[in-house]
Design a protein around this ligand. Structure first.
Ligand code: PRX
Length: 684
């Protein structure tokens, strides 16, 4: 990646100091902070601080009303902020539910909207990303830089016979090339399939296989907290015989030697240098698939969530503007997610670039090289909008307020949260310590499937309550319904559903229309999308997301399926049977607990436990390793042999056991309860 070395951030971005800041209260830590948080615990709502917000959300309080009055007209208006090669005449085509189409007769190119139009408007020198490397490297990558590299890579891909409709895998760390790779694919209409760098090569192979990927863009090695892990070599070890995979492109990043297979493997920098510099963006049908992103569902087989072009870009760009009150001329935006998850796709790459925003992209972990790195970056680049996850906030709480307090965070004006319910204590800490009690917090609820933020406060408009994602965004119709009748619940807990299609919604599951209908639309019919979360609506209509209702576990905002982890554990030669459940965890939200029965007379030992954890890491990734493994001679099963996970969840949470009368052997439970008591004693 050729880009200017970013010695002085303030000279390389147009971002000016952001708006009037309120008087900063004294920075709190220790007991004083605890007292302040305790006092705020009694405050049940927080008024929107309009002083530091300028957006449509303030100036146009009518946004909601307009959208409610005519949602199609609202979304059409949002779509018209994009550049269309062929304007659409149809907004929503709902003639074949639940296969909805948006702007179906229009044509546009995503990379044109994210790059060319900014360059053509004279904004090529604007920084798209201030990239910060783990070891202190700095790059300022402008829109013109991206425009140049994307065209070259797009041509190189075409030279490798990759064209419209061919799937390209991307398995890269948080480096600028990941953005170039995604946009190059978008430019030529090759749907990308990004796999999070924390997943194991086995998981990459599976995702390449099921999506029939023709090429994979990966890296020599990934840096993590001062160590380098070989990536290309590890990919080679498992990828071997994959027939569809004709090309592997390797980014040289970590500076380690890599095995290269002649005729298949090429270096990113070489093909980019040799490629033709001009690649005209190809107009794509609005419904052309932009990407596939695999996510966990209720079964061991991950779901290939398919997003398309026009609706997705409309959804992510408009929500990015509204929810974060974005002013691309002045704001500096920092989303701490990884590009490998949907948050990275929608709110690091497509939304911000489409809006011409200046972002910060950080390669490393939040505690490397030190626990104040995020705050250092915010101070260095004058970040005004910061978007992170509750699990990260809780980790920061643990590390202590002295880290953020050591930095000037006065540039901040909007704070975002995503990935899991945020507990009020973490919300308040974020508000007091990071936001210094002047920045609105937007708790954004959405999913890989929804593509775009669906439920969230608007920063200058919505009164917030810590822990509530508040209300659906304009153009979104959400409801809380009774799980059996599907009737709307005015106040109380039920299932969260979405009652109207939205532009950024998934269109299907890759190669499996049937599973798409079955998973999301079989419960309440083709016009009601089943989210998979339970939610509470309070007496003022605020929505509080409770958590998943299916066998999906949310560890640190990472979505994993119990079945996927179980199948990885059972694949270990010494294991006879396994059941995996979620347990509440102070830091990670939920943690994985595995109940494991070993083969024959084998006794569980720390050694086998280590092997099982390594095995799961190799099959799925380190993030899926169980936090606790409990050996059990038997698992609670119904008479028909089905494992009753509900009882295991009760045990893991230390709750009173539900009905055990349907068990084949009720004594199993007593033995298990004893086990967990012993395990807890051991941990203390
Ligand atoms: O359970 C909800 C939780 O994360 C799930 C979606 O996970 P994923 O597809 O990986 O996407 C995560 C990032 C968009 C949801 O079904 N979730 C996400 N955001 C929130 C949340 N739960 C509560 N509050 C949120 N703000």
């Amino acid at each position: 990646m050729k880009a200017t070395i970013d010695h002085d951030a303030s000279s390389s971005t147009s971002a000016a100091p952001v708006r009037e800041a309120g008087a900063a209260p004294g920075l709190l830590s220790g007991e004083a902070l605890e007292r302040r948080l305790e006092a705020l615990m009694h405050q049940d709502r927080f008024a929107p601080p309009t002083r530091i917000v300028t957006a449509e959300s303030v100036n146009e309080a009518s946004l909601h009303a307009r959208a409610e009055h005519d949602p199609d007209a609202f979304w059409a208006e949002q779509a018209r902020t994009l550049d269309w090669d062929v304007p659409f005449t149809t907004v929503l085509d709902d003639s074949n539910p639940p296969f909805y189409k948006w702007f179906v007769d229009g044509k546009l190119n995503v990379s044109y909207n994210c790059l060319d139009r900014h360059v053509e408007a004279g904004r090529g020198d604007r920084v798209a990303f201030h990239w910060a490397g783990e070891e202190g490297e700095r790059l300022a990558i402008t829109y013109a830089d991206l425009h140049r590299d994307v065209q070259r890579l797009a041509n190189a891909l075409k030279d490798a016979d990759i064209g419209k409709g061919d799937v390209v895998g991307i398995y890269l760390p948080m480096i600028p090339e990941v953005v170039v790779a995604m946009l190059a694919c978008a430019r030529i209409g090759a749907p990308h399939n990004v796999v999070f760098g924390g997943f194991a090569p086995e998981a990459v192979k599976e995702r390449m296989e099921v999506s029939n990927a023709k090429a994979l863009i990966t890296v020599d090695g990934a840096r993590r907290k001062g160590k380098t892990a070989p990536v290309k070599a590890a990919v080679d070890e498992v990828m071997g015989d994959l027939e569809s995979l004709e090309t592997i492109v390797v980014v040289r990043h970590a500076g380690i030697d890599v095995p290269m297979t002649a005729g298949r493997d090429v270096f990113f920098d070489e093909i980019v240098a040799n490629a033709d510099p001009i690649c005209a963006p190809e107009p794509m049908e609005a419904e052309h698939p932009l990407f596939i992103l695999y996510s966990s569902g209720s079964t061991a087989k991950p779901k290939g969530i398919v997003h398309t072009t026009g609706g997705y870009l409309t959804g992510v760009s408009s929500t990015h503007r509204h929810v974060f009150d974005l002013d691309p001329e002045r704001d500096v935006y920092f989303c701490s997610a990884d590009v490998g998850w949907v948050t990275g796709h929608s709110y690091i790459v497509y939304g911000p670039l489409c809006n011409g925003a200046t972002s910060v992209m950080y390669e490393g972990a939040p505690d490397y090289p030190h626990k104040g790195i995020w705050w250092e970056l915010i101070e260095r680049y004058g970040v005004s909008i910061f978007y992170t996850a509750p699990t990260a906030i809780r980790a920061c709480m643990k590390w202590g307020a002295e880290h953020p307090n050591a930095h000037d965070l006065s540039s901040l004006r909007v704070l975002g949260s995503v990935g899991e319910p945020i507990n009020p204590k973490a919300w308040l800490w974020y508000h007091v310590v990071v936001g210094r009690e002047r920045c609105p917090i937007v708790d954004t609820w959405w999913q890989t499937e929804t593509g775009q933020i669906m439920i969230s406060p608007l920063p200058g408009l919505t009164e917030t309550k810590p822990g509530s994602a508040t209300f659906p965004l304009p153009g979104v119709v959400a409801d809380v319904v009774d799980e059996t009748t599907g009737e709307s619940i005015e106040q109380g807990q039920g299932l969260l559903v979405l009652k109207r299609p939205w532009p950024g919604m998934l269109r299907t599951l890759y190669g499996d229309d049937e599973r798409y209908v079955e998973t999301y639309f079989s419960r309440f019919g083709n016009d009601t999308y089943l989210v998979g979360d339970a939610a509470i609506r309070d007496k003022e209509g605020y929505l509080w997301i409770v958590g998943r209702i299916d066998d999906v576990i949310n560890v640190s905002g990472h979505r994993l399926s119990t079945a996927e982890v179980e199948s990885a554990i059972v694949a270990h030669e010494k294991v006879a049977e396994a059941a995996v459940v979620a347990q509440s965890d102070e830091l990670t939200g939920q943690a994985i607990v595995a109940f494991v029965t070993l083969q024959g007379e084998l006794e569980g030992t720390p050694e086998i436990e280590g092997q099982i954890r390594d095995h799961v890491a190799a099959q799925i990734g380190k993030l899926a390793r169980p936090k606790r493994i409990l050996w059990s001679d038997d698992l609670p099963k119904t008479r028909s042999g089905k494992i009753m996970r509900r009882l295991l969840r009760d045990i893991a949470e230390g709750r009173a056991l539900g009905d055990v009368t349907t068990l084949r052997d009720p004594t199993v439970m007593a033995a298990l309860e004893q086990k967990i008591v012993t395990a807890q004693a051991d941990e203390r």
